[in-house]
Ligand binder design. Structure first.
Ligand SMILES: *[C@@H]1O[C@H](CO)[C@@H](O)[C@H](O)[C@H]1NC(C)=O
Ligand SMILES: *[C@@H]1O[C@H](CO)[C@@H](O)[C@H](O)[C@H]1NC(C)=O
Ligand SMILES: *[C@@H]1O[C@H](CO)[C@@H](O)[C@H](O)[C@H]1NC(C)=O
Ligand SMILES: [Cu+2]
Length: 165
């Protein structure tokens, strides 16, 4: 019985590690959320972002908002142009779907100049297994698919060993 619980815990840990390896939800500002008190320049440098990751902005609706903007709008904080997307629900989940630089600001008066702005450089989900197998077979899609397939096979073997020995 205890043994089963132990295995279940390991299973849950495996699942969360796997999930983390494939895509990740980042709370912008960590536990402080999206607020005037955080230096988002240094927050954004703490992590590496890859395509498929999600940024979650949490704040009191009406007190802040989230604009995805161009780099020049990010620099000037003047959102009269260069706005690519707007979010204002108070719990905004922004999926990083492309490998590019994303720029975010809060357009509540003064907040952007006050520090509610940052950029992230989102990288394609290219990883190390390309070193092990530089020529994935033609029908297996891109390197990332191959990598995550390998990961899934690995996880499956791990589960077999945990539950069937
Ligand atoms: C981000 O990537 C760089 C370069 O690949 C690496 O040196 C650094 O440790 C990574 N940071 C995190 C938080 O994973
Ligand atoms: C951004 O904020 C400014 C100043 O508060 C406001 O004039 C402007 O309309 C806002 N931009 C958008 C696109 O809502
Ligand atoms: C992987 O990285 C190479 C360059 O190192 C790049 O040309 C290619 O587009 C990337 N592929 C994917 C699927 O990200
Ligand atoms: Cu704000």
């Amino acid at each position: 019985m205890e043994d089963k619980i132990g295995r279940l815990i390991i299973l849950i840990m495996c699942c969360s590690i796997l999930k983390g390896a494939v895509s990740q939800v980042y709370s912008v500002g960590d536990e402080s959320g999206w607020s005037s008190e955080v230096d988002y320049g240094s927050w954004s440098e703490k992590y590496n972002f890859t395509v498929g990751d999600v940024l979650e902005f949490t704040y009191n609706k009406g007190q802040h908002n989230v604009f995805e903007v161009t780099e020049s709008t990010y620099r000037t904080c003047d959102a009269s142009s260069g706005v690519l997307a707007k979010y204002e629900s108070g719990d905004d989940k922004v999926e990083l779907t492309e490998s590019k630089k994303y720029w975010f600001i809060c357009n509540v008066s003064g907040h952007c100049l006050g520090g509610m702005r940052f950029g992230v450089d989102v990288k394609a989900g290219n990883t190390s297994s390309t070193n092990l197998d530089p020529t994935p077979s033609a029908n297996s899609g891109n390197a990332f698919d191959t990598w995550s397939l390998g990961l899934r096979i690995f996880a499956f073997q791990l589960l077999l060993r945990l539950f069937c020995d």
